[in-house]
Design a protein around this ligand. Structure first.
Ligand SMILES: Nc1nc2c(c(=O)[nH]1)N[C@H]1C(S)=C(S)[C@@H](COP(=O)(O)OP(=O)(O)OC[C@H]3O[C@@H](n4cnc5c(N)ncnc54)[C@H](O)[C@@H]3O)O[C@H]1N2
Ligand code: MOO
Ligand SMILES: [Mg+2]
Length: 727
């Protein structure tokens, strides 16, 4: 009985996809397979996609999924939707050439879990025997889960020739991939006479079979439970997930300095997130303007008094003034009568010793100054001359001093002139509220501001349980005793709190188990969120980036979702395994890449690196004028032992005067620093207790193991600077 294999064919061609060209590849390949022999080839699915990395990857992923239910947060799992787990052979046709549109190898290669250069070689050798133009073809072949993927050329004839070239070994290759044959059987099948060559057949590098999943017919991806390591011999970014015994025993990532890490991030971040027009409300504080604001009106818009007193004509000088109707704050300028000569001259109120000859209008601070008046005399510089008959109102007052024209009057536009540029592109609406207040005072209803990056935060770790800081934990009651071996996910709430505290929109993406397939699908799903509009600009994770067999994040990033890792280790304590990567978005090739900060899982390391790397990056992306953490020089108050790595030690920083110094005409405020706690282990969140700064300690050197009290050190503020004096 001949074996039966299930085949899917994916035509990759924009013109076929758009209907401007008819496809002939499927027909040719199906015709060839019908008569190919060696096995029964059942073409059970075909599809057409454009020359587009995202479309190709989605089709390939759909046909090469393991059948086991996916453990994703969103049940509406795009990649799962039409998964057919039983495709043995996936043939793509088209897009393997050299034109800029040809992206099939770029799309397929990152998805392959094991590359098979033998198939590629067989295809190329065969084709080169037919035409030298075969040099222009760039096929990739390899395994994804239980499916062999071959990228054939687009020309139907060439596609068939390439397939023909590999046909002899195909059935056995597929059996091996399915786990239904051994290499020994293969050799017997290919060389029934046996002999010495038998030993020269290279043993296929199959990863050991996962335990507990049975053999043969299971449709689980054989790699699912295996850690991933980079095969150092692999020249491409295709990875091999191999058993823990074969893992690297040294990190493959060069150790960069903190400064170099900062520079690498800066080369990748985008400040081109666009702008948004927002209503002028208190929520605008902290935002950065993406437009100049021109004053639409003057402030004040009317001549306003700066003091509580009496509006007069300065030229009238000292004398007795009859007090006219008041202008108080809230009076309409139009209702305040003008000061006129005729109103007062020579009138006699008859109520007191002296008679007024002049006139004044009582005004309060901020109230309109009547027309005709050019000065306001403060109430303190006047005396009551006479009361009105009701013994309540002022009838007249005495002004004894001289009065300057313009005194105590805010001229129209003297605070803000209509047409003046009041705020400029790049100005931040400060936390003190003044810029917001200025906009409101001008009646500006909305402004264009830079969009702030949206940050998705997730935790990796199979040991993690949602704690009281999360919605799930709150309903489950975070205090329930945890089984030994489990811990509450404290990194995610801590990181969310810090980022939200700095006014960045955050999305809680939950916990992702330490399993390469789960991590990969989570990342692909997050990338796919392009299409739905709910996309994040920056991903921040914690955990899974060191050397452990379950630390799969770097490998999945690099080899399975097409990320570029810009650094994977930094010479600092804590935070050595910090990873920074970028991933292009398949659905939006022109959009800025997604930035990924994969922070170490140790809680202190995650918080320190979030402040050191993530926060300044987000602020830069948001066009904030001072993106870096504030840095000061401080005097260390006690000896501190040094580490082999430069250390970001949790500390307390305070400005300090003693009473004598405070009275000196000028005395720079000394800044002093000390360690927040002893026992600054990366797991010990209490090392942050009361700390407001990271003390930057140099690495230990042969001649210097301790930094001595009195040393000047650099400190980075992560919270408010303490002020010994209060005010
Ligand atoms: N052989 C080596 N081991 C380790 C090295 C090394 O260079 N070689 N580096 C150490 C350093 S330094 C750090 S930092 C950590 C980083 O570990 P990972 O990023 O791989 O994180 P995990 O292994 O997932 O977890 C480490 C630790 O943190 C706890 N954790 C993780 N996530 C959370 C969370 N969301 N909330 C609370 N606690 C969390 C986890 O349970 C572990 O205890 O690696 C060292 N190892
Ligand atoms: O660098 Mo790790 O962050 O020391 O704990
Ligand atoms: Mg680890």
């Amino acid at each position: 009985m001949t074996a039966e294999y299930r085949v899917a064919i994916l035509v990759v061609s924009t013109s076929v996809y758009q209907g401007t060209t008819a496809d002939r590849a499927v027909e040719h390949l199906v015709g060839f397979l019908r008569t190919a022999g060696r096995a029964t080839w059942r073409v059970i699915a075909t599809d057409v996609v454009a020359d587009d990395v995202g479309q190709i990857q989605r089709a390939v992923t759909r046909w090469t999924q393991p059948a086991a239910p996916r453990d994703l947060h969103n049940p509406d799992n795009y990649f799962q939707a039409s998964a057919d787990p039983t495709i043995d052979l996936l043939l793509t046709s088209g897009g393997t050439g050299l034109s800029p549109d040809d992206v099939t190898p770029e799309a397929v290669e990152p998805l392959l879990t094991r590359i098979c250069p033998g198939f590629t070689a067989a295809m190329l050798t065969h084709s080169l025997g037919i035409t030298p133009l075969a040099t222009l073809s760039r096929p990739v072949c390899g395994v994804r889960c239980r499916t062999l993927v071959l990228t054939l050329p687009g020309k139907p004839k060439a596609a068939v020739e390439n397939l023909e070239a590999v046909l002899p070994s195909l059935p056995h290759a597929l059996d091996l991939i399915r786990g239904q044959a051994s290499s020994r059987e293969l050799h017997q099948r290919m060389n029934p006479s046996g002999g010495a060559e038998q030993h020269s057949v290279a043993k296929p590098q199959l990863p050991p079979r996962p335990t507990g999943h049975g053999h043969g017919h299971g449709h689980r991806c054989v790699h699912a439970d295996h850690p991933t390591v980079v095969d150092p011999s692999a020249t491409s970014h295709v990875h091999h997930r191999v058993a823990v015994a074969h893992r690297h025993r040294e990190s493959q990532f060069p150790m960069v300095s903190v400064a170099e890490a900062g520079r690498l991030i800066q080369t990748q971040l985008s400040t081109d997130l666009g702008t948004e027009t927002l209503a002028v409300t208190p929520a605008l504080v902290g935002r950065v303007l993406a437009q100049d604001v021109v004053a639409p009106v003057s402030v004040p818009a009317f001549r306003a008094s700066m003091v509580d007193g009496y509006a007069v004509r300065a030229a009238d000088g000292p004398g007795i003034y009859q007090v006219g109707p008041a202008s108080v704050a809230g009076s309409l300028a139009q209702d305040v009568p003008a000061l006129t000569d005729s109103a007062v001259q020579g009138e006699d109120q008859g109520a007191t010793a002296a008679s007024p000859t002049l006139t004044a209008v009582r005004v309060s601070t901020g109230a309109p100054v009547p027309d005709g008046a050019d000065a306001v005399v403060m109430v303190e510089y006047t005396e009551l001359n006479a009361m009105a008959a009701d013994a309540q109102e002022e009838a007249s007052i005495i002004i004894s001093g001289t009065v300057q024209s313009g005194e105590n009057i805010r001229a129209v536009g003297s605070d803000i002139q209509q047409g003046q540029v009041v705020l400029r592109t790049g100005d931040r609406l400060g936390l003190a509220g003044a810029e917001l207040g200025a906009l409101v005072s001008l009646g500006v209803r909305q402004v264009e501001v830079y969009r702030r990056p949206i940050v998705g935060v997730f935790s990796t770790g199979s040991e993690l349980v949602d704690g009281p800081g999360s919605a799930e934990g709150a309903t489950a009651g975070g205090e329930t005793p945890l089984p030994a071996g489990r811990i509450y996910d404290s990194n995610r709430p801590a990181l969310l709190a810090a980022l939200r505290g700095h006014n960045f929109p955050v999305v809680d993406l939950g916990i992702v188990r330490d399993d390469a397939d789960t991590v990969r699908e989570f990342l692909l799903k997050t990338l796919k969120q392009d299409a739905t509009g709910s996309r994040v600009d920056v991903l921040v994770s914690s955990g899974g980036v060191s050397m452990g067999e379950k630390d799969v994040l770097k490998s999945v990033l690099e080899h399975e979702v097409g990320a570029r890792i810009h650094f994977g280790r930094v010479n600092m304590k804590p935070g050595k395994p910090t990873v920074f990567a970028t991933i292009n978005r398949p659905a939006h090739p022109t959009a800025a890449p997604l930035l990924v900060f994969a922070l170490p899982g140790n809680p202190v390391s995650a918080i320190v690196t979030a402040h050191l790397y993530v926060l300044p990056t987000l602020r830069r992306m948001a066009h904030e004028p001072a993106p870096e953490l504030p840095r000061l020089t401080a005097k260390l108050q006690h000896d501190l032992p040094l580490d082999r790595r430069p250390e970001y030690h949790r500390g307390v920083v305070m400005t300090y005067f003693d009473a004598g110094e405070a009275t000196a005409p000028y005395h720079p405020a000394p800044v002093v620093a000390w360690s927040a706690t002893e026992h600054q282990r990366s797991s010990r969140l209490l090392s942050f207790a009361n700390s407001n700064a990271l003390l930057i300690l140099p690495a230990r050197e042969p001649h210097r193991a301790v930094l001595e009290a009195g040393s000047e050190i650099s400190v980075l503020l992560i919270d408010r600077l303490l002020n010994h004096h209060g005010f």
